[in-house]
Design a binder for this molecule. Structure first.
Ligand SMILES: NC(=O)c1ccc[n+]([C@@H]2O[C@H](COP(=O)([O-])OP(=O)(O)OC[C@H]3O[C@@H](n4cnc5c(N)ncnc54)[C@H](OP(=O)(O)O)[C@@H]3O)[C@@H](O)[C@H]2O)c1
Length: 246
């Protein structure tokens, strides 16, 4: 349907999982995609394949999102090549579980560095370019546990709660610039991150639909928020959870 034709997007964490699905879906809808991944070479072939298949441009951008200079270089590159940025997807994240008494400083630091501080730095830098345009959309990837909490997820849930809150604050600050800011709050999605929980079938049965979500199903929600179909929606946290209400 070419829902993103003419739009330039930047997505973090495209090496696998939800980020990769968003990269593929957005390319399919003809966006020009700047796709971030950490390991050099990781997404070279998929980027080339998507560019050729969908007759668009998918450009790998290799950096760790904790590296502020690298973020700046990436945005400068987009500015030089495209002159604008319409959509930012803050997807990259990590999850480490611990009960409150077991939380250590390393876990706290790493989780907040990546899930929260880097999301803020990415957005600060992206806004320098986005604000020069006619408007745009920022999509943060939070989590259902960021909104509801979850036993054993003190650090991760708190970081995703921060992401949900940033979303509402930025929506208020940026509405005058015609930049919409929304978040996705996925439930149990079939990716490496979910698999590290080692959850069994009993966990999946907690979900109303009795199955895990697919990364592509989160990507479809991201597509809605990135496209003009959601032109009157800002400051929302949208669940993608198959009826898992926690
Ligand atoms: N899966 C779920 O059930 C679920 C539920 C709710 C929310 N989420 C959220 O959805 C987002 C995507 O998760 P996922 O399930 O797709 O997890 P995943 O399969 O583990 O993928 C995470 C992605 O983030 C990247 N990343 C992590 N740290 C990074 C850094 N410092 N710099 C650049 N990239 C970095 C990873 O890159 P590498 O390959 O280099 O590590 C990978 O591409 C996360 O924010 C997660 O919290 C997931």
């Amino acid at each position: 349907m070419e829902l993103l034709k003419g739009k330039v997007v930047l997505i973090t964490g495209c090496s696998k999982g939800i980020g990769r699905a968003i990269m593929e879906r957005f390319a399919q809808e003809k966006a020009v995609v700047y796709a971030n991944a950490r390991t050099v070479g990781d997404i070279d072939s998929i980027s080339e394949e998507l560019s050729n298949t969908y007759e668009t441009k998918v450009v790998p951008c290799y950096f760790d999102i904790r590296d502020k200079n690298a973020i700046k270089e990436c945005v400068m590159k987009i500015k030089a090549e495209q002159g604008k940025l319409d959509v930012l997807v803050n997807n990259a994240g990590i999850m480490k579980d611990a009960l409150i008494e077991m939380v250590d400083d390393r876990t706290l630091q790493d989780t907040f560095d990546i899930n929260v501080f880097s999301t803020i730095h990415m957005t600060q830098m992206a806004l320098k370019l986005m604000k020069r345009g006619a408007g745009g959309s920022i999509i943060n990837v939070s989590s259902i546990v960021g909104v509801r909490g979850s036993e054993g997820k003190t650090v991760y849930a708190a970081s995703k709660g921060a992401v949900a809150n940033l979303t509402m604050t930025w929506a208020r600050e940026l509405v005058k610039n015609n930049i919409r800011v929304n978040a996705l709050a996925p439930g149990k999605i079939d990716t490496d991150m979910y698999r590290t929980t080692g959850e069994d079938q009993a966990g999946i049965k907690e979900v109303g639909m009795k199955r895990l979500g697919k990364p592509e199903e989160v990507a479809n929600a991201a597509l809605f928020l990135a496209s003009d179909l959601s032109s009157y929606i800002t400051g929302e946290i949208i669940g993608v959870n198959g009826g898992w209400f926690l």
